[in-house]
Design a protein around this ligand. Structure first.
Ligand SMILES: NC(=O)c1ccc[n+]([C@@H]2O[C@H](COP(=O)([O-])OP(=O)(O)OC[C@H]3O[C@@H](n4cnc5c(N)ncnc54)[C@H](O)[C@@H]3O)[C@@H](O)[C@H]2O)c1
Ligand SMILES: O=C[C@H](O)CS(=O)(=O)O
Length: 492
């Protein structure tokens, strides 16, 4: 889609939430070079505005400011951190409409879904505000009379995160909430497609009382910023959410200074429907899992495996449910499927469709994704899917439901695990013995059992194999930003 003229500036209740500058050391600033990047609206191709295209020098300045911010923030008490984070949480809720509008404008997702993400993102800030006050240690009996071992938890220091475009708010707060709760400072590099939500979060953090340098947001082309962050011995931790390809690159860059690394990467979720499933619940879960964010989430069902005896009934019910999907501009009333983020995303869906059809798949619902419809793809349902098709081995990241039949439980588990990824998996069965057998056998960090919507700040989100390292959210998420130290207290 050709980029057209600049769109009219977005109208927000709180005008300060639309920032076209970076936030470094508590100051809004441009890149030293003056370079900028255009940000477009994926639904229309219109240019929303510009943000600074920061380079290594700007990143070095952010690191220096984050180091200063850390020296202030580390000495705050847990209660003080809790209070600041709770104010940030409340401000996010108070400005849900503005934050949702910014997100729909730059990422495309339907406005109701964008507002839902704001609430989901805010829930991580609330969760970690509470966790800040539970950074408990432990005491261990010593080896000699009067000796005591005391285990303490301390912030790792200056941290950074690099985040994707598909959840412009939640992928930041899931990291920044934990980092700030632990007493760290953080430098955020948001996706170049969705910087405005990140900058608005920084504005609200400042209003909440987050001290200068504790939260910094730098925008721009990723490679130079990523290299400057991972090359710095001052930065002690990188948390990355994005593709496995980039995660692997960053992990190797972090090796030079032994930076701690958390990686939330790609997925290829199987969605298994056994013959003893409640098919109506299975279809409800399929819709929730497959079409959330128009299929652009790392935990979307990517392959449907349906036991042969219930295959046709499931496909019929899913076809009926897909008729409720309405594609359009995210600001349009009633729209629940938006434009994809860019032309490359559309081409990936087209490629998976053409590959499947060339290998014998059958199009059951939705028009063929052909021709130039901008960044829009109508929801698609294909059957006759075979393991050798691309859709079984790569994330589609779009509204294409691919269904294959299987015979035995062992076949289902083998097919489900036949992927380098291990983030999310889903299965439907009403047999408790089968539930435990299958849950134990699936190689995924997150498993929806008779449930298609699995995300929750209280749960340890993360994957196995090529889907990443570490966990976010839950009581485990803060540990990623802490060093454990023990004191061996000698006796008298
Ligand atoms: N596991 C999760 O929690 C999770 C969540 C959301 C998205 N994802 C995954 O992310 C992918 C889609 O998001 P995406 O297209 O933004 O991924 P991406 O890997 O292309 O980009 C993610 C981030 O990395 C930056 N980046 C890209 N190349 C870089 C480099 N060489 N050095 C430093 N930074 C670099 C980008 O600017 C962006 O901010 C999918 O694979 C999806 O599964 C995973
Ligand atoms: O896209 C990946 C996100 O991590 C999904 S969720 O928002 O955590 O469910």
């Amino acid at each position: 889609m050709a980029k057209t003229q600049q769109t009219a500036p977005i109208k927000l209740r709180h005008a300060a939430l639309f920032q076209q500058a970076c936030y470094i050391g508590g100051q809004w600033s441009q890149a030293q070079s003056g370079a900028t990047l255009d940000v477009d609206n994926p639904a229309t191709g219109e240019i929303i505005g510009q943000v600074p295209n920061c380079n290594e020098q700007d990143t070095a300045r952010a690191i220096a400011e984050a180091e200063k911010g850390f020296q202030v923030w580390r000495h705050k008490t847990a209660n003080e951190r809790n209070e600041v984070l709770m104010r940030w949480y409340q401000l996010m809720l108070d400005h849900t409409d503005d934050l949702g509008a910014l997100m729909t404008l730059e990422q495309g997702k339907p406005l109701a879904e964008a507002k839902g993400e704001v609430n989901y993102a805010a829930s991580f800030i609330k969760w970690f505000a509470e966790e800040a006050r539970r950074a408990y240690g432990e005491t261990i009996p010593g080896a000699k009379p009067g000796q005591h071992i005391v285990v303490t938890r301390q912030p790792v220091g200056v941290t950074c995160c690099i985040t994707p475009w598909n959840f412009p708010a939640a992928m930041i707060t899931r990291k920044a909430g934990a980092a700030l709760a632990a007493g760290c400072s953080m430098i955020v590099k948001p996706a170049e497609a969705t910087p405005y939500t990140a900058l608005a979060l920084a504005q609200l953090a400042e209003e909440a009382g987050v001290p200068a340098g504790v939260l910094n947001v730098i925008t721009g082309k990723p490679q130079p910023i990523g290299e400057a962050l991972t090359r710095s011995p001052v930065v002690r931790k990188l948390s990355f959410t994005g593709s496995t390809r980039v995660g692997s690159i960053l992990m190797s860059q972090c090796a030079e200074h032994i930076q701690k690394v958390s990686l939330e990467l790609g997925g290829n979720a199987p969605f298994i429907v056994f013959d003893d499933a409640d098919l109506d619940k299975a279809v409800e879960g399929a819709m929730a899992s497959k079409f959330r964010n128009t299929g652009q989430t790392c935990v979307c069902a990517n392959r449907f495996l349906v036991q042969r005896s219930v295959h046709d009934a499931f496909v019929e019910k899913l076809t009926e449910a897909m008729k409720t999907l309405k594609v359009g501009d995210g600001f349009e009333e009633g729209v629940n499927q938006s434009a994809l983020i860019n032309r490359a995303a559309v081409e990936k869906v087209q490629q998976h469709y053409q590959d499947a059809m060339s290998k014998g798949a059958k199009r059951v619902f939705g028009p063929a994704p052909e021709g130039d419809r901008g960044n829009y793809v109508e929801p698609l349902l294909l059957t006759g899917i075979k393991p050798e098709m691309q859709v079984c081995h790569e994330e589609t990241f779009g509204p294409l439901a691919a269904v294959m039949a299987f015979d035995s439980e062992d076949d289902a588990i083998r097919l489900a695990n036949d992927t380098p990824y291990g983030l999310a998996a889903y299965f439907y069965s009403q047999n408790i013995h089968r539930v435990w057998r299958v849950a134990d056998a699936l190689e995924s960090g997150i498993i929806g059992v008779n449930e298609g919507a699995v995300s929750n700040a209280a749960a340890p989100f993360g994957g196995m194999k090529a889907s990443g390292l570490g966990r976010e959210g839950s009581s485990h998420g803060m540990a990623e930003y802490e060093e454990i130290k023990y004191l061996c207290m000698g006796g008298e």
